[in-house]
Write a protein that binds this ligand. Structure first.
Ligand SMILES: [Zn+2]
Length: 150
């Protein structure tokens, strides 16, 4: 049912504005883009930080992209904590499905069920999917926090 995410590359399409995940683009800069997760989202504020340039994985990023990655990821994670009340934020880069570097930034809340913690977020059931308005509202809250220097 789902199209092959690598032909054409879904991350490149999101960066180019040809595909728009729920929540849209949350932040851009320094060769990086932060956007809502493309699949059904079980965790409010689950965002993805991707390289604007097509690169297979972290090991293929260029020095400037690598230098920008840490500060950008930390800034988004702090915004997820401040704007959403997340008690922790996971940073997960797997790259088995979509072969374009991307880092999942997944908030963990006090009430996040045990089975959705850590990499369990990827095993969410269809009924765990949040309504679109919650996904959009969470992305918007993080976007505001980032815009105000959060
Ligand atoms: Zn790509």
């Amino acid at each position: 049912m789902a199209a092959d995410p690598n032909h054409p590359c879904l991350a490149c399409r999101i960066v180019a504005g040809e595909a728009r995940p729920a929540g849209g683009i949350v932040w851009r800069g320094d060769g990086l883009t932060v956007h809502g997760v493309a699949d059904a989202c079980p965790i409010p504020g689950w965002l993805v930080l991707t390289s604007d340039r097509h690169a297979r994985a972290l090991y293929d990023l260029q020095p400037a992209e690598l230098a920008a990655l840490g500060p950008a990821a930390a800034r988004v994670m702090r915004a997820q904590q401040a704007a959403l009340g997340a008690e922790h934020v996971y940073a997960l880069a797997l790259g088995d499905v979509l072969r374009h570097f991307h880092l999942h930034l997944v908030p963990r809340f006090a009430d996040t069920p045990a089975r959705l913690r850590g990499r369990g977020a990827f095993d969410a059931r269809p009924e765990d999917a949040l309504p679109a308005w919650r996904v959009v509202a969470a992305a918007e809250a993080v976007r505001r926090a980032l815009a105000t220097g959060g």
